[in-house]
Design a protein around this ligand. Structure first.
Ligand code: M6R
Length: 609
């Protein structure tokens, strides 16, 4: 996600800000910028789309001298990557500059209100409401103005503010988005993450939600929401910079697995709200067009394809529209039947996968409407599709996709519910029940992460096997496919996913003494049948690790190790049941000594056919 750096001290801010931002590059970004108060106390903003090198080039051409400033690397969520959407954003007079990380959920309402108050907006971002809000509340005290502005903001934010009104001051605050304060000698910093300040200091404050930071030449003051001073212990950083970039996790993959509760929550933000209709800002398809759809193709590759398989179940079950799911590289060459009643949903984390993009173009050529589900704003797929539903997973750095997958599942449920709402295939009560359960998924995902000790132990005892099998029925089979792909990708163990009912039609011949089988039995109506299938492999000597919903402890009589996921609606279970499978592949790869984040032969974004 975005990166923030702020500086107040005796040295030139420009190079310190750019250096700090370079230490946050691992977070992913598509544009960068700085706002520096020059020696005369005037605001100078330089920002541009693209890499930090572009910003550095601009700053070389037009250097800004000044010792107070804020910098930002933006990872687009609201509004495509562009110069104008880059941060910092300012008020119209250019007297207040703001950098922001997070999402202001009520920005549309705030924008309407501020517009009615005479403010004009230059960008498409949610962030731009903040400098206008601070401007609106400014009455001679910049700290008070920021505090008042924050009371109007809903959502998540870490912000840094500088102003020509009080050029010797830097104000910051956070809520649900990280922010630290670096304490140097006669110089102070704010940053989204510790690596940004490690060249200057190892002493930091770790801010809690709604703690305000006021930095001036005398030092750092921390305030609560009513302006009372807070005392805080200084945290002394002992880790090396690399470990810090990964938030203390050994690998990006493990960090991203742990970020899933937040990614799920963010993707539902402002779209799934109790007792309100589903809101999809970027989707313009009309109710009439939805009613007219006679077939949906979901087209994607790899993990995104597996999310599509779950999408098929969800859309057919909830919205009663027939869905075909296809691997993009096959779809584009098989002359599929497409017409103006066909809807294509393409799913792609990167938004750049060559085969998926080609399938999208083929569908459009044949007059189908295309909805893209992607994680990257401004990507080729997002630009070429008719409608876009962004997954707000944040940048995914590990090659093995984890948090992008669970957010793709959330996107599938949102689309299914949106269609169900428009087609009237579910009652309001049924839709509300699903939404309520969806809103509980982040905390249930946190709970599933606690299974990691058992999974790690199983991996340590079984990593030396050459083959593993993943079994499931219905939605569990779709999750089994994803678990199997993850294991192959990063531990290089051959694995197969089978629909458990298909076993006896051939694959059961492969089961022998000690064969490792991962069985998923989370689907209530299929539970008994799944247990029978597990017995079939157990009696042939398999070593079975099973996952079921809480309350199905009887499975322990049949399997070697059983773990449980918190109860939820069957259709939503994949969001939870995939997590232990991700952990299993991670710990198996670790036990084998594999390079988890950069597995051999694989690339994060496959832009060639
Ligand atoms: O960026 P995309 O979602 O279009 O990528 C599709 C696949 O290449 C991707 O999911 C791949 O399978 C991952 N490495 C899975 O972990």
């Amino acid at each position: 996600m975005c990166g923030i750096v702020g500086y107040l001290g005796k040295n030139q801010a420009s190079s310190i800000l750019v250096d700090g931002l370079s230490k946050l590059e691992y977070r992913g970004y598509d544009s960068a910028g700085v706002a520096i108060l020059n020696d005369e106390g005037l605001m100078n903003v330089t920002k541009c789309k693209g890499r930090l090198a572009n910003l550095e080039e601009k700053l070389k051409e037009n250097p800004i001298h000044g010792t107070v400033g804020i910098g930002h690397t933006r990872w687009a969520t609201h509004g495509e990557p562009s110069d104008v959407n880059s941060h910092p954003h300012t008020n119209e007079k250019g007297t207040i500059a703001v950098v922001h990380n997070g999402i202001i959920e009520n920005y549309m309402k705030l924008r309407e209100w501020l517009t009615s108050e005479g403010y004009t907006f230059k960008s498409e971002t949610d962030t731009e409401v903040i400098p206008h809000l601070v401007d609106y509340f400014y009455n001679g005290d910049i700290v008070e103005a920021v505090m008042k502005a924050v009371t109007k903001m809903e959502g998540s934010y870490a912000i840094g503010v500088v102003s020509t009104y009080e050029p010797g001051k830097l104000v910051a605050v956070r809520k649900d988005s990280p922010l630290i304060v670096g304490l140097g000698k006669d110089e102070y910093f704010i940053a989204s993450d510790i690596p940004a300040v490690l060249n200057h200091t190892r002493d930091v404050y770790l801010l809690e939600d709604k703690e305000f930071v006021v930095i001036d030449e005398k030092g750092v003051t921390l305030l609560d929401t009513v302006g009372r001073e807070i005392n805080k212990d200084v945290f002394h950083v002992t880790w090396d910079a690399n470990a810090a970039e990964k938030g203390g996790y050994e690998h990006f993959m493990l960090k991203e697995i742990h970020e899933q509760p937040k990614a799920i929550r963010d993707t539902m933000t402002s779209r799934i709200v109790k007792n309100e209709k589903i809101k999809l800002d970027d989707i313009t398809i009309t109710q009439e067009q939805i009613k007219n759809i006679d077939k949906i193709y979901i087209v994607a590759c790899g993990t995104a394809y597996h999310a599509g398989v779950i999408g098929k179940y969800a859309i057919e079950k909830l919205a009663r529209i027939p869905v075909e799911v296809e691997v993009a590289s096959e779809f584009r060459y098989r002359n599929p039947i497409i017409n103006e009643k066909t809807l294509m949903i393409v799913v792609s984390q990167s938004g750049e996968t060559a085969d998926t993009l080609a399938a999208l173009r083929e569908a459009k050529r044949q007059k189908a409407r295309v909805i893209a589900v992607t994680n990257v704003v401004g990507s080729s797929i997002s630009r070429e599709a008719d409608d876009v539903l962004y997954t707000w997973a944040g940048p995914e750095i590990a090659v093995a996709s984890t948090k992008a997958y669970v957010t793709q599942l959330i996107a599938m449920y949102i689309i299914a519910l949106f269609f169900a709402e428009n087609k009237g295939t579910l009652s309001n009560e049924e839709i509300e029940e699903i939404k309520e359960e969806m809103l509980l998924l982040p905390e249930k995902a946190e709970k599933v992460l606690e299974t990691k000790v058992v999974v790690e132990k199983f991996a340590a005892n079984n990593y030396m096997h050459r083959d593993m099998f993943f079994l499931g029925r219905g939605l569990d089979y779709a999750v089994a496919m994803e678990g199997s792909l993850k294991l192959k990708e990063i531990s290089y163990i051959h694995s197969e996913a089978y629909a458990a009912g298909e076993l006896k039609h051939g694959p059961i011949a492969l089961i022998e003494d000690g064969t490792v089988v991962i069985a998923l039995a989370t689907q209530e109506v299929l539970f008994e049948k799944m247990v029978s299938n597990i017995k079939e492999v157990k009696t042939r000597g398999a070593n079975v690790l099973a996952f079921a919903m809480e309350g199905h402890n009887e499975i322990e009589k049949t399997v070697d190790v059983a773990r449980y996921i918190p109860r939820t609606l069957e259709v939503l279970a994949p969001v939870l049941s995939v997590i232990p499978l991700q952990l299993l592949s991670y710990y198996t790869a670790i036990a084998k000594g594999c390079d988890v984040d950069k597995p051999r032969n694989l690339a994060k974004s496959v832009t060639v056919e």
